[in-house]
Write a protein that binds this ligand. Structure first.
Ligand SMILES: [Zn+2]
Length: 199
């Protein structure tokens, strides 16, 4: 399976780095030879025991092209599909429920530009996309719209989605979003965070 092992290595990293609990979160990659298709982690399977052949390949319209007989795509595949449809430059997507960032998503508060690495890595602040139920097409439509030109955004009352030109970039962005959320949380506890002007 061409994309399976790569997705799997990031899925395990996402789990061991504590960006997701149990089987939550999901990862996908757009197929190079078929831009309307993507490979995505399956629904409700342990990242520690998952094998590359469990990765599902599907079209952005929802047609499943490759899937184990006893498997199914992530229940949040529509989030990925809408982002791929809206943003041709996006080649990989990582969705986490990382703790500090999700706390800000729960209070629907964006993470402002407070750290120097946020501008080069994330394109600025981390916006919150409008709430929509998990698994819905609207969740993906809202995320694609509210993400704008940023590298990731918070999903209201849900978690984080980070996009990139490849899995390395999407993963780094998911990590930077959680790091920024943690530091912003600490900064709010000790004083008034100063926002950096955009260059
Ligand atoms: Zn989720």
């Amino acid at each position: 399976m061409e994309y399976g092992e790569k997705i799997l290595s990031f899925a395990r990293l996402m789990y061991t780095d504590g960006l997701v609990a149990a089987t939550s979160g999901n990862i996908s990659v757009r197929l190079e030879d078929r831009p309307d298709c993507f490979a995505i982690t399956p629904s409700s399977e342990s990242y520690l025991t998952m094998t590359g052949d469990r990765i599902v390949v599907m079209n952005t319209d929802g047609t499943v092209l490759r899937c184990p007989a006893d498997g199914k795509p992530s229940s949040e595949w529509r989030l990925h599909a809408e982002l791929y449809k809206a943003k041709p430059e996006v080649k990989a997507i990582i969705h986490t429920h990382s703790r500090y960032a999700t706390a800000f998503a729960v209070v629907r508060k964006k993470i402002p530009l407070i750290l120097i690495e946020m501008q080069p890595w994330l394109g600025g602040d981390v916006p919150v996309s409008e709430y929509a139920p998990t698994g819905s097409q609207q969740l993906g439509i809202n995320a694609a719209r509210d993400l704008g030109d940023r590298g990731g955004c918070l999903l209201a009352n849900h978690g984080v989605v980070a996009v990139g030109r490849d899995l390395n970039q999407a993963y780094a962005r998911a990590t930077y979003i959680e790091d920024a959320a943690r530091i912003y949380h600490l900064a709010l506890a000790v004083g008034d965070p100063v926002i950096i002007p955009m260059n």
